[in-house]
Design a protein around this ligand. Structure first.
Ligand code: C2E
Ligand code: MG
Ligand code: MG
Ligand code: MG
Length: 275
């Protein structure tokens, strides 16, 4: 929406608007301008397979360095993008860029298969053309659908009417996998799992950080892991920062781990150097 406002943007402001709202509008205008510039990049964070400790994939994470404000968190930037509708354009760029990176790693090291996990927001999933667009992007980038994992939250899949599930089911038939992100933080997860087959469950880092000191959190991680695996889904533990946390999620049966213990989000070249 900000884009269409163009030079008349100042007309948006009126005396009733509070400082937070003004700041948000200005930042949204800056985000519009940042699309396609060097301010915006993707970082790739390693995902480790626990059976052998190998890096088998990465998660693509949005990184915006604002020219005067510096680093803006992905949570903040993506929220602005969702509210303004910019998420469609940004989301397409993320898909293109992440798939391009996956293809580059595959060309350079075909003997080391790598998946790329891409976060997809509710608004993208509600677009009836989403599945078609993703299929075209993968074809353009020369990316094997089986190397792509779409990370979605429960609310994005289940609260948006029929389109999100239809899009995801179609992409699954093409070979892409779906991961339920931040799992355990939403509602009625058990009912949801009856209407949609997920390929992976990503246990929210809140449970992981609480596990060592909170017996209930540890029981929840083990129970989610057993439930997901019984339904045929793999389990990823995210936010692993310590050896103790890693030992606990391995004991709970998690298939994959991700977190600062293994590495932060890094460039395409840095990932290639690790392969
Ligand atoms: P998420 O998808 O749950 O991503 C995981 C977040 O946890 C990332 O934060 C990552 O940097 C952080 N993280 C990973 N390991 C650790 C750890 O060991 N400790 C701690 N404390 N944090 C860890 P980030 O990059 O700030 O992203 C925040 C959220 O923004 C993401 O949460 C995701 O919901 C959203 N996001 C990021 N990139 C994109 C994108 O390209 N598209 C969309 N739609 N959303 C995105
Ligand atoms: Mg994610
Ligand atoms: Mg997550
Ligand atoms: Mg999260």
């Amino acid at each position: 929406r900000a884009k269409r406002l163009g030079p008349g943007i100042h007309q948006l402001f009126d005396e009733h608007m509070d400082d937070d709202e003004r700041a948000k509008i200005l930042l949204t205008v800056d985000l519009t301008a940042a699309i396609g510039s060097e301010q915006i990049v993707l970082g790739y964070q390693p995902i480790i397979r626990n059976s052998d400790g190998l890096m088998t994939g990465v998660e693509a994470l949005f990184r915006w360095t604002h020219p005067t404000l510096g680093y803006i968190s992905a949570t903040r930037a993506i929220a602005l993008a969702e509210e303004s509708g910019l998420i469609i354009e940004i989301g397409n760029w993320v898909l293109e860029t992440a798939c391009g990176a996956q293809s580059a790693w595959t060309r350079a090291k075909p003997e080391h298969p790598m998946t790329v996990s891409i976060n997809v927001s509710a608004k993208q999933l509600m677009d009836p053309d989403f599945a078609d667009r993703v299929a075209v992007i993968l074809a353009d980038q020369g990316t094997n659908p089986e190397s792509v994992i779409l990370e979605v939250t429960e609310s994005a899949v289940f609260d948006g009417g029929p389109a999100p599930k239809a899009n995801l089911k179609r992409l699954q038939t093409l070979g892409m996998r779906v991961s339920l992100d931040d799992f355990g933080t939403g509602y009625s997860t058990l009912t949801h799992l009856r209407t949609f087959t997920t390929n992976n469950v990503k246990i929210d880092q809140q449970f992981i950080s609480d596990m060592a000191n909170d017996r209930v959190a540890a029981v929840i991680v083990t129970s989610i892991t057993n439930l997901a695996q019984s339904l045929g889904a793999s389990v990823t533990a995210e936010g692993i920062e310590t050896e103790l946390q890693q030992a606990l999620v391995i004991a709970a049966g998690a298939d994959y781990s991700q977190g600062f213990l293994f590495g932060r989000a890094m460039s395409v070249e840095a990932i290639l150097a690790l392969l």
